[in-house]
Each structure stands twice: as C-alpha cells, then as structure tokens.
Design a protein around this ligand. Structure first.
Ligand code: XIL
Length: 320
C-alpha cells in the first residue's frame, strides 16, 4: 500500500510565464510522471484560486484532467487543499462576508470539491498550515480562523468526511518535521479533535528542506508519535534546496548531501507504520517552485531539467 508521489506542475503562480502548462504541453514530463510515481498531487489546481475563481463558478478542468491521468496510470491522488490562508481568490478575501456567509461558503466549497472527486482521492489536505512557527494558530492571516475561530477546523473535517467517507483527511504543514513547538501544537490539536470525535485521519509533514540546515533528525520519532495516536502520516512536499554557487551548478558534495536528505526522509517514513504516502514537490528542476520563492537557491528536486537523474533519485530508489 505504500505510494511514492510527485506534485504535478499543471500551471500556477511561479510558472505562469513563460510556460502555458507543463502537464499539458510537455510530453516527456508526462511520461516521467506516469512511469515513476504511484501517487500525484496537483501542485495548484485544487487550490481555491484555481478551482473556485468566482463565487458562483468553479473551474474543474485541470483538476479533472489530473485525476483522470492518475486513474489511467493507476496512481493515487492527494487532494490539496481546502482550508488555507494562502492562494485564496480576491472575491473571497476581499468580499466583506459576514461570519455566517463565510461558514456557508466554506461548507459549500468543501462539499462541492470533495464530493466531485469522492472515491477518487486517497488523501485530502483538509487543513493546511494552520499554525505559525511558534505553534500559535494563524488567527491573523487565515481568513477562516480569523473570522470563524478555531472550531472551523473541526467543521471542515466533518464536511469533508460527509462528502467523501472513504478519503483520509489530513492536517498538513511545513516546519513540523522535527519535534518542536509547531509539531507539538499539531499533536495537541489532534488529541483535541479525536476527543471530540472529529474525523481526522492523518498528519503530514511537507518537508521543504534545505541542505543549509541540519536534517530534521526527529522526523521518525515525530511521525511515530502521531501514528501512536492512531493517525496515518505522510511526507507530502519533499524537496531539498541548496544555495547555488555562482555558476548555478551545484557541486558534487552538495548533490551527495542532498541525496542523503532524500534518503533519510524516505527511510524515516518507511520505518513508521502507517506512513504509506511519500510525495516530492515536483520531480524535475525544470518546473520547481524553489528558485522563484527562495532567491539564490535551487536544484531542489531529483532530476535535472532534461529529466536525467541526480544522486537523490538513486538514493530514493535504493532506500525503497
Ligand atoms: C506552492 C507551489 O509550488 C507554487 O507553484 C505556488 O505558486 C505557491 O505554492 N506549501 C504548500 C504548497 O502547501 O501548496 C506550496 O506550493 C508550497 C508550500
């Protein structure tokens, strides 16, 4: 039941120019995606701003195509994401809605989107990044938490479960790989949700790592403590970025170090019962979000632009 996945570059912020949409236009890319992976995650196409661009209009075109691709290739799908502070459309963020309206908007969205793909999405990131790095709920920048309070998290899980009782419902975040204030906050939240009978099934670490920082050595123990609460766990967005030298080309030592991080992340997951889904955030540097979001950094994925394999690719293979 173990799946190894990749984000699908179906167009999005960092690729708007000059690529129309790699998933559609880059055939060798699709071939690799089909051949190398047993799970896919739409990188952007199930986010609010893409799938729900106007209050009364959904755009399922790309998400539908990605899900159909996954089915043809016998791949699982990770749905991403339903309740988040980022990549929300302006109509939502600036709409001046009352709390009652917002609650209904969220309920309707979750029911519609999760319902559309019911039975076809293995795991949903229901709540994404609800805590800041200190372990405090994002009550300022997350519209749902700010306007509706923390109880909306439980509601989101209940609505998602109603819409697709077979999907595994996750809390997902970055900087929660190690045991610390932020992952402790999730640990407490999970206990609280479980005590209330909320259908929360999984906790996942994005794992946007960098060789400039030590590998999060507590990853395995951290995943295990969530498993012991009865949750599934997953790695959902692994990449390992590095500061690029002047030439733009990473050194052999950097690539070896990166490979070590990839292998350690996979090994941690494999060592934990119930960590059955391991996803990298794109498989080729050609379309990686990293250089756009972290200036001076890059080379974060397992393949070069021409899809030749880096040491990190071989490290994952050999750890499987
Ligand atoms: C990123 C995408 O890769 C970019 O294309 C987009 O412009 C911004 O979002 N955490 C998440 C992902 O949960 O959705 C983010 O993806 C990366 C960080």
């Amino acid at each position: 039941g173990f799946v190894i996945g990749s984000a699908v570059a179906g167009g999005g912020h960092h690729l708007e120019q000059p690529y129309p949409d790699p998933f559609t236009s880059d055939r060798p890319y699709r071939k690799q995606l089909a051949r190398e992976f047993s799970s896919v995650s739409p990188e952007n196409q199930m986010k609010w701003e893409y799938i729900h661009p106007e209050r009364d209009r959904y755009d399922f075109a790309m998400a539908d195509r990605i899900v159909a691709f996954a089915e043809r290739n016998r791949q699982a799908v990770r749905g991403h994401t339903l309740l988040w502070h980022s990549q929300n459309p302006a109509w939502l963020e600036e709409g001046g809605f009352s709390p009652a309206e917002l609650r209904e908007i969220l309920r309707e969205h979750i029911t519609t989107v999760v319902g559309r793909y019911a039975g076809r999405v293995q795991q949903w990131d229901v709540a994404n990044e609800v805590f800041d790095d200190t372990g405090a709920l994002r009550t300022r920048d997350n519209i749902w938490l700010r306007e509706l309070g923390p109880g909306i998290i439980a509601d989101a899980f209940r609505w998602a479960h109603e819409a697709d009782p077979s999907a595994e419902l996750f809390l997902n975040d970055y900087n929660v790989e190690d045991i610390g204030a932020k992952s402790d906050a999730y640990y407490a939240l999970v206990q609280d949700l479980l005590a209330q009978g909320v259908p929360v099934h999984g906790f996942s670490a994005q794992a946007h790592l960098s060789t400039e920082y030590p590998f999060p050595s507590g990853l395995e123990d951290n995943l295990r403590r969530f498993a012991e609460l009865g949750l599934a766990t997953a790695i959902t967005e692994l990449d390992v970025r590095m500061n690029l030298p002047e030439s733009g080309v990473p050194t052999r030592a950097q690539l070896a170090e990166q490979a070590r991080y990839y292998r350690q992340a996979l090994t941690a997951c494999l060592n934990v019962t119930g960590c059955d889904s391991f996803t990298i955030w794109g498989f080729t540097d050609k379309y990686s979000w990293v250089p756009v979001f972290f200036s001076g950094q890059g080379a974060a994925t397992v393949m070069w632009d021409d899809f030749t394999r880096k040491p990190a690719y071989h490290a994952l293979r050999s750890a499987l």
